[in-house]
Design a protein around this ligand. Structure first.
Ligand code: SF4
Length: 368
């Protein structure tokens, strides 16, 4: 795709700006969150307000956390009251839980009552947010609580951006990194995800290189993502060293063979010049044997990639076990001796069911 076409698709649309207040009903307006400074300026001007109000609106929704236009006290009171019903697009906090290591899980209630999960993961130098891209997920990965519940809907751009603002406000600290590793398959919601990446980058100021989009692999979509010419990191959930094993964990792998997935990954690296991160969830007695490590090393030989080994986080309804630290180390050493860049991802928030969709599943009775 030509670059211009890609960037116009990358930009979110805000159809509200040219409506007058008289013309529009609240239901006809998309939320303001996710809109660019230019779009917000166009919109305030269409309301008869001076252009600098657009700058103020941008600052109040992205930096000061305004949840309603009524909160924006620098606006004239009369105008604020006139536009009070226009949604900013913030979600409600439904539940918050904090693990001993400082990881915080949030359940957010969307405007239609659906619940999504977001995780804030602090370290000494970073604050990372694990965001959801869909309500539920259609991919049905065998080890995943979200996959057990099925797919409900895509998240809109503002519902993704809102998750990051929620974490930033809760921690009272700037978010440094974003990982699209919460509920859902981001490449099935590519338009909203890339629009949210633009907003996170330009409106909130998070570097594209600090944003990771994770996928289990959707035919055609990795090449499509490459056409957006983003500087984000692509994380591909491989989870297995051969086709047979992968099909047992990721049902959709039947229709997207390992060779085709890796060919698309190679094309992605060629097009973007970005290294790919391969995710490998390590399940004791299933995909953690030495022969699997050798097989994985062979599969990825010569690839500009990094392998993240993720020790499985047990959940009640799934019959897999967490590997021992010794098993993990042995697996890692085989990869490293075969010159594959690899590391073990530290588990965070294990005491609060940190893995994707697990908190939401454990609170299922209060959802909806
Ligand atoms: S692991 Fe990710 S892609 Fe697979 S079912 Fe869970 S949320 Fe969906």
């Amino acid at each position: 795709m030509p670059k211009a076409a890609a960037s116009s698709r990358f930009a979110p649309t805000l159809q509200a700006p040219l409506l007058t207040l008289k013309d529009c009903t609240v239901k006809s307006l998309p939320p303001l969150l996710g809109a660019t400074k230019t779009q917000l300026t166009d919109w305030v001007q269409a309301q008869g307000q001076p252009a600098y109000r657009g700058q103020q609106l941008h600052q109040w929704i992205y930096q000061k956390g305004a949840r309603s236009l009524l909160d924006i006290t620098v606006f004239p009171k009369q105008w604020r009251e006139m536009v009070a019903d226009i949604p900013v697009g913030r979600s409600e906090l439904h539940h918050r839980s904090e693990a001993q290591d400082g990881t915080v899980k949030f359940l957010l209630r969307l405007a239609d009552g659906q619940i999504i999960e977001t995780v804030g993961i602090p370290t000494a130098r970073r604050l990372t947010v694990c965001v959801s891209s869909q309500v539920g997920c259609a991919m049905g990965c065998d080890f995943c609580a979200t996959g057990k519940g099925g797919f409900l809907r895509h998240l809109a751009c503002h519902e993704i951006v809102d998750q990051v603002l929620t974490v930033q406000e809760d921690f009272q600290e700037r978010v440094s990194n974003i990982v699209f590793m919460g509920m859902g398959e981001p490449l099935l919601n590519l338009e909203n995800v890339t629009a949210a990446v633009r907003s996170l980058n330009e409106d909130i100021g998070i570097g594209q290189r600090s944003i990771t989009i994770s996928t289990v692999g959707i035919p055609g979509r990795i090449r499509q993502l490459a056409e957006y010419d983003l500087q984000v990191t692509l994380a591909v959930s491989l989870h297995a060293s051969n086709q047979t094993l992968r099909e047992k964990l990721v049902p959709s792998a039947k229709h997207y063979r390992l060779e085709a997935l890796l060919a698309d990954c190679r094309a992605y690296v060629e097009r973007t010049g970005r290294r790919i991160s391969f995710e490998y969830i390590v399940l004791a007695g299933f995909n953690d044997r030495t022969e699997h490590a050798f097989e994985l090393a062979k599969l990825l030989r010569g690839f500009q990639a990094h392998v993240n080994l993720i020790p499985y986080n047990p959940i009640n309804e799934v019959d897999y076990q967490r590997p021992t630290p010794q098993q993990l180390q042995a697996f890692l050493q085989v990869l490293q001796r075969q010159h594959i860049a690899a590391s073990i991802r530290q588990s965070r928030g294990l005491d609060q069911d940190a893995a994707c969709g697990q908190l939401r599943a454990s609170l299922a009775e209060s959802v909806g």
